[in-house]
Design a protein around this ligand. Structure first.
Ligand code: NDP
Length: 233
């Protein structure tokens, strides 16, 4: 399967790329500024080029996204999965009275409009059998367990869950599996060293869902954790 992953330079995105390669998939690793040293090493490990293509992909740059989709189309590439992983977490614990609306806008540009731009331009390439469209979300977007903080991030993830739900209904006739996935609290730059979870373990769970080795519980909404357990919307 050909898998496109956004934000693959580090954190969960990198682990998803590494795990997918280990399982024999081909990866298009979307990254900003040419990627990272880690990603370059991974590319070397897999012989560069075919198995792991590092592609310039800033999810705020619609023209860049469109150009990448056109290039892949021209090369005759298809996709079996799209994983919208790139996100930012800013204005932590800032209360509403002090919130800088520029932080909200910046978050929405990446966490919500990013996946929407990616869907807009890459969906036509998602033509492989048993295809998947995954949005990496967060339990902090869950309305049922709302807390007063992380306004930009949490609200962006709530909206992302809505987008997943809409896409699920849109793509169901084509048999595409659409999920919003909470990866757990994991040790990455975003999650911090205090996080209990291992990002590689989350990546394994997400790949199990993608390969349909694990079938999510029979649930009403498409919001699950990385083990396939249903989460409240
Ligand atoms: P990190 O902060 O460790 O990594 C974020 C990644 O997103 C980096 O690769 C970064 O690239 C990329 N990115 C940021 N902005 C853009 C952009 N404009 N265009 C393209 N890429 C961009 O985050 P995590 O790995 O922890 O998070 C991965 C996903 O998991 C996110 O969706 C996050 O919300 C979610 N999540 C994480 C949790 C955790 O505990 N860590 C908990 C719940 C959800 P660059 O290197 O260029 O900055």
């Amino acid at each position: 399967m050909n898998i496109l992953i956004t934000g693959a330079s580090r954190g969960l995105g990198y682990e998803l790329a590494a795990e997918a390669l280990e399982r024999g998939h081909a990866v298009i690793a979307g990254a900003r500024g040419g990627g990272s040293v880690k990603l370059a090493k991974l590319s070397e490990e897999y012989g560069g080029g075919d198995r792991l293509a590092i592609a310039e992909l800033d999810v705020t740059d619609e023209a860049g996204i469109q150009a990448l989709a056109a290039k892949l189309k021209q090369e005759g590439r298809t996709l079996g999965a799209i994983i919208n992983n790139a996100a930012i977490l800013n204005a932590r614990d800032t209360q509403i009275e002090d919130l800088d609306m520029a932080d909200v806008a910046a978050t929405f540009e990446i966490n919500l409009y990013g996946p929407m731009r990616v869907a807009k331009h890459f969906l036509p390439l998602l033509t492989e059998e048993n295809a998947a469209f995954f949005n990496i979300s967060s339990e902090s977007g869950c309305i049922t367990n709302a807390y007063p903080g992380d306004y930009p991030y949490s609200i962006s993830k709530t909206a992302l869950n809505m987008f997943s739900e809409q896409l699920h209904r849109y793509l169901r006739p084509r048999g595409v599996q659409v999920l919003s996935i909470h990866p757990g609290w994991i040790k990455t730059d975003m999650g911090s060293e205090r996080a209990p979870g291992d990002p590689r373990a989350s990546a394994r769970g997400i790949l199990d869902l993608l390969e349909r080795r694990v079938v999510p519980e029979n649930h009403r909404f498409r919001f699950v954790d990385f083990t396939g357990k249903e989460l409240p919307i």
